[in-house]
Design a protein around this ligand. Sequence first.
Ligand code: CP3
Length: 350
Amino acid sequence: MSRNDLFLRVCRGEAVSRPPVWMMRQAGRYLPQYRAIRAQTDFLTLCKTPELACEVTLQPVDLIGVDAAIIFADILLPLEAMGCELRFEKGEGPVFPRPVRDRAAIDQLSRPDVDATLGYVFEALRQTRHALDSRPPERRVPLIGFAGTPWTLASYLVEGGISKSFAHLLGWTWRDPDGLTALLDRIAEVTIAYLRGQIAAGAEALQIFDTWGPLLDEARWRRMVMPSLMRILDAVGGTVPRIFYAKGAAHLLDSLAELPVEVLSVDWRQPLDTVRRRLSRDVVLQGNLDPTVLLAPEAVIRAATTELLEQGRGGGHVVNLGHGILPMTPPEHARVFVDTVKEIGDRYVG
Ligand code: CP3
């Protein structure tokens, strides 16, 4: 084995000896080694310092043994590049002090040169690829780049941060859908250049996060989320595998099957075999362990992981969580999840 490429092989629909496994938010606060770096550095500075971003990207590869690395950054960074002030406040999450809520505010946004404004992410990708090349073969894993959908980025930018009701955003969809679409198109333009830059810098697969699209019913998801998303997916097609993640999207499966992606990543509210049966086309599935399972005793984690492998059988499966790993997760529990896949995964392929 010259490197561990299980993840890329499954994304491409090739046969493998066992399913690959990684975890959304795998570089993060559940790791004491991450918290040690964060004690010295605020979150945005960490994202913007390639040496540190590279170091935390590799932590779960070395400490937990995952089969893929995802570059350490945040989906909201391109909005900052467009001139929107972004802060991460302790206990509050992301804050946009000047939310965008009308066409006049859209006109104020800049059309950034991504090398000048987001080049630190590209540099972190280059350094991480280089560092991965000097790992032993089993830890020389593929590197994933990512972005959010314009809709999910807009949900933070329009609300000014995390929201319970999304009243400003959802109100805008009724009041002036074309105006909101103009905002989504502007975000899509930057996202396309940003993702192409990530590929050029060494990203070997791309994951697009649509955390908040499923707030909408299917007809309005197709009207508001899908057009700018399709432009992005088309623009990066044919280069690297595309993974689409939607949280709570069981009501959108017919539309998700139309997306030009190689992998669909779903949450835990429907078992993978049900999702596979309901989809109108063959596609590799990623997911979908409930992240709270990793708070349970080891025997429970083993049993749930075994059941997940069983449900993923009969089609390509990238084992993952259904959403990000929780900060309170004991790292040993994440290791039990990953080790279980490595130990018995060979029984669940083919
Ligand atoms: O997965 C990884 O390890 C790669 C890095 C990554 C982060 N955020 C780092 C991060 C990725 C892929 C994301 C995606 C992201 N960011 C999403 C989509 C997926 C999802 O979780 O639904 C969203 C919606 C965001 C926006 C965001 N960033 C929020 C809402 C928050 C605050 C909530 C929280 O978890 O603290 C963040 C902060 C953030 N992004 C942290 C990390 C490790 C925590 C920052 C810290 O260290 O304090």
